[in-house]
Design a binder for this molecule. Structure first.
Ligand code: IPE
Ligand code: IPE
Ligand code: MG
Length: 235
């Protein structure tokens, strides 16, 4: 643990809330509640470990296809946890940012997210990035639209569209790419998460359901990251 290199950016797909609920014979919404409670704790743990960017997939562009009952329960939880996250962020010097197309949410939720970003913007510790109504393909589509507008307006030439320009037009502009991606609950998919940014990340999968994923599991993932031989193309 002492000499462990802490990856600067850890991205997580929190998964398995539903199966955790099933295992505990409670409604799915209780699994999501347990997942939110766990998130509060893990944000604090991540900040204390010295992670600089911690990005969590909270709601995908595909998650709208779930039942209206489940989507409604998730929205209610987000409303409530925005307030709780503010407390956790302020207590831990954490700056909160959100990625994804928040325009699809109700206005009070948009206001809450703006408030959370605004209140925490001077914090100098970890940046906690919440991916809400996030999908990589949607993010890239929105970025391409902005680039196309700049080309049309004459402020950018097609030959000037470098990889850096594309990165700068994504929601994650200015953030380093994730070094480590963790997905809980045994699913071995990216599910439309940070597909551009994860190009060279180490991928780590665990069978643990998200509500049961605690600090020791995060540390185990970082230890495994340390055991891997980080090789970028050509080296
Ligand atoms: C992850 O848990 C939370 C969200 C996607 C919002 P799931 O709800 O996907 O849980 P499982 O996959 O059904 O167990
Ligand atoms: C991915 O989990 C999205 C989030 C964690 C928010 P899902 O459980 O929705 O993904 P799929 O549908 O199993 O791929
Ligand atoms: Mg799932």
């Amino acid at each position: 643990m002492q000499d462990m290199i802490i990856p600067a950016h850890v991205a997580v797909i929190l998964d398995g809330n539903g199966r955790w609920a099933k295992e505990h014979h409670v409604p799915r919404s209780m699994g999501h509640k347990a997942g939110c409670e766990n998130l509060e704790q893990i944000v604090e743990d991540a900040a204390r470990l010295g992670i600089q960017y911690f990005t969590i997939y909270g709601f995908s562009t595909e998650n709208w296809k779930r039942s209206s009952e489940e989507v409604g329960a998730l929205m209610s939880l987000f409303r409530y946890y925005i307030g709780r996250l503010k407390t956790v962020a302020m207590a831990n010097n954490v700056r909160v940012k959100s990625i994804g197309d928040r325009s699809k949410f109700d206005q009070d939720l948009i206001d809450g997210l703006n408030m959370l970003e605004d209140v925490t913007k001077e914090n100098t510790g970890m940046t906690f990035v919440l991916a809400l109504n996030y999908g990589s393909r949607d993010e890239i589509r929105r970025g391409v639209e902005k680039i196309a507008e700049e080309v049309r307006d004459g402020s950018l030439a097609p030959s000037e569209i470098t990889e850096e320009v594309i990165s700068a037009h994504l929601d994650t502009a200015g953030m380093p790419d994730p070094d480590l991606m963790i997905r809980t609950s045994g699913e071995l998919r990216l599910s439309n998460y940070l597909m551009w940014q994860l190009a060279y990340a180490e991928l780590y999968f665990t069978d643990v359901y998200w509500p049961d994923f605690h600090k020791e599991h995060l540390v185990a993932a970082i230890e495994e990251y340390n055991r891997r031989n980080r090789r970028f193309g050509g080296r």
